[in-house]
Structure formats: structure tokens, C-alpha cells
Design a protein around this ligand. Sequence first.
Ligand code: ADP
Length: 423
Amino acid sequence: MTTVLGCIADDFTGATDLAGLLARSGMPVSLRIGVPDAPPRDTAAFEVIALKSRTAPVAEALAQTRAALAWLRQAGAQRFFWKYCSTFDSTAEGNIGPVAEALMVELETDLTIYCPAFPENGRAIFMGNLFVGRQPLAESPMKDHPLTPMQDSNLMRLLEPQVTKPVGLVDRHTVVQGASALKTALARLRIGGVAHVVVDAVADSDLSVIAEACKDMPLMTGGSAVAMPLPGLYASDGLLTGAVQGQPRPALGQGTIVLSGSCSSMTNAQVAAYRALGAPSYQLDPVQLAQTGAQGALDWLAQQSQTSAPLIYATADPASVKAAQDHLGTARAGQIVEEALAACAVAARDRGVDRFIVAGGETSGAVTQALGVTRLNIGAEIAPGVPWTFCRSGGRDIALTLKSGNFGQEDFFSDAQSKLEQS
Ligand code: ADP
């Protein structure tokens, strides 16, 4: 069917998060890993393209995004959503602002909104400041992220160096007055020459107001949560016809593997909780990997029983991450770990494992690329923003869940396994 909303996500877990929230509506959602080579065929009302552009050089992020936009336009989309992390993961160079500006030029629109709020996961925006639970972003564990340390909490200040046009705010006092008040405020800012508008949101009801006010803008940007009301709104507007739910869950075998490359504080807790259950585990050390490669991990994996759901992890505390980065350089440390985890995923699949639990956005990108996955159907939700997905790899059906660093509860790795059984 014709695509109603074309979504572009800057990493793989972000894309599954968005696809999972859109799929809560019961509407068909299709997720593509990278821009498909072939022209659109068999498209869904909601198409999400997962890029791996969050930390790519700006020019590369722009090229990937323009290609994604062109494909989604061919699929019939006239409204677009640029999805980034609910903790606004970016650097002074980008890529949130530069990508938004490039999309605005392509779509010939002079104003867009920025709303990374995700109240269910504790991300709230008040007076343009982003909070993670009760902590301002810059005091949260995100201040120590290996690739995008967030050391300011003010979204306008974070955005300004990334864009060329003026940045503004619609604060919560206006949002709580409803969609028409928000529309009026946006129109006023537009007349004043503001192109990039941060919009406060603290509760899901704020997101409903924002979605209602902005649903017909050519471009919205934000976290996944502000997109969640859109399918229902488009259905009420008569834009969706004959929508059917995605494909049923395929039959799977027994083998499971957990691969963790996220160093977020939540993932550290999840790794500790899973190890405490007695799961077999193997820790990757980036410095050692640089010297001897991933063979040690592959040999260890070959000795594990497929039903024991082993864990291979590089997850480490901020001090250990910094030590590895000082030794190898940040990009190289990350790349070495991603390559090792990707090699483990392929080895596991080739041994018959067909359930993959992956922690970390960049890590998920590396793993899905190595597994040759190109399209995912969205299945049961494990935690807010983290669904199981089903796809083809190596000629077989596999189940894959891609968890963004900070998502899920401490028991996520075991909970994911039981949720898949129940689905
Ligand atoms: P998150 O979703 O938490 O941001 P990502 O996978 O996107 O997780 O990013 C974590 C990055 O840190 C990856 O590039 C990963 O390879 C890298 N990394 C993982 N473990 C280590 C480590 N011990 N030392 C240095 N870098 C690491």
C-alpha cells in the first residue's frame, strides 16, 4: 500500500524503537535496514529506514539520509519523520541538526519541531531542558557515553551549533493549552524567522497535542514517542485504508545468544543481572582484541551449548571504557568491539542459533549488517521501545531484538527470552 509516513532513523535500535511504537496501533509497519537497493515494492503504510548515521561524518550522514528520503518519496510518502535518540545523542558537528536542515531543503519547508521526549522511559523536556528520570541530561550517565557524551541539558544550546537557521522553543505552558495554541505559537515563530523549534513535553498527553498539531507538517523530528499517536490520527483523517497486521511469528529452534556492546549504566546493570543468574559469559577486552582478534571469543562460543543462551559482552564501566579509548582511540576501540560482536553473531547463526538479543545502537548496526538482514517485521514488545523482530538471515527465519543502551529493566536479557516464548 502507499506509504503514509516515511521515517528515517539514525541508528538501528532507534529504528526498531520507532517501528515498535508505531506498531502498537495495529497498523502494518515495515523496517528496512539501510536504504533498499531495489525500488519500493510491497510497502507498508508506515515505512522506517534504519541508517547507521548517528556518529558518521556529516557528509556521509547527509548522503545516506537523502537516499532514504528519495526511496520513501518513491513509496508515496508525503510526510516524513526524522528519528534520533531520546537523549539527543549528537556532537557539536551533528548529525541531528545538519540532517534536519538537509531534509527541510529537500522538502521545501522552513520550519520543523524537535521533540525527543519519551515519558514512558523517563525522558521529559521542560523549558527546553531534557531530563533523564529526575536528572538533567548532562548529569545523567549520558555524560559519559563513549561516542556522544552529552554535557549540556539544554536542547536549544545543543542544536544551535549544529544548524545555520535560528532555534526557538515552545514551552509546556503553551503545549498544555492544546493543539491550536501550539499551532499558533509555531506560526508566530515561523514569521519571526525561526526554523528549528524545540517543543516541551513531559507527559504522553503533551505528545498527543504535539502530534495533533504537527501531523501534516512535511517534516517532524524527535524521539519515537511523539510519533506514536500518528497512526491513529492518520486513520481518523482517512489516510489509511485496508490496513492489516504484519506477518505471523515464524517457527524458531532453540538457540539463543546475547551480545552486548553498550556501555550505558543500564546495560552494565543488565549484564551483571544476567551473569548473576549463572548464564555462561565471555568478556571482550578491546585492547586484547586489537592484539589477538576475536578468535578467543569464537573458540569459547563453539564450546557453549546452544540452549544455554550465552552472553558475550564488551560492556564495561566508564573508567575501563576511557582506558581502552586512551589506548586505541575512541573510534578504533568502538570498531574493534563492533567487529568482534558481529563475528560472534555470524558464528552463532552458522551454528544454528536463531534468537539474537543485542544491546547497543551502534553494536546492533554492526550485528544486523553482518547477519545480512535487510527487512524486519515487528513482533511482541519486550519493554517500551524494544520489540522482538523477525527477519531472514543465512536463508533462515531468525528472531532479533535490538536494545538501545539505556532501555529495558535490569532483567532485560532473561525477560526478552520469556517474552518471545509467550508471544
Ligand atoms: P548505546 O546504545 O549504549 O549507545 P552503542 O553500541 O551505540 O551503545 O555504543 C557503544 C560503543 O562503545 C560501541 O561503538 C562499542 O563498540 C563501544 N564499546 C563497547 N565496549 C567498549 C569498551 N569496553 N571500551 C571501549 N569502547 C567500547
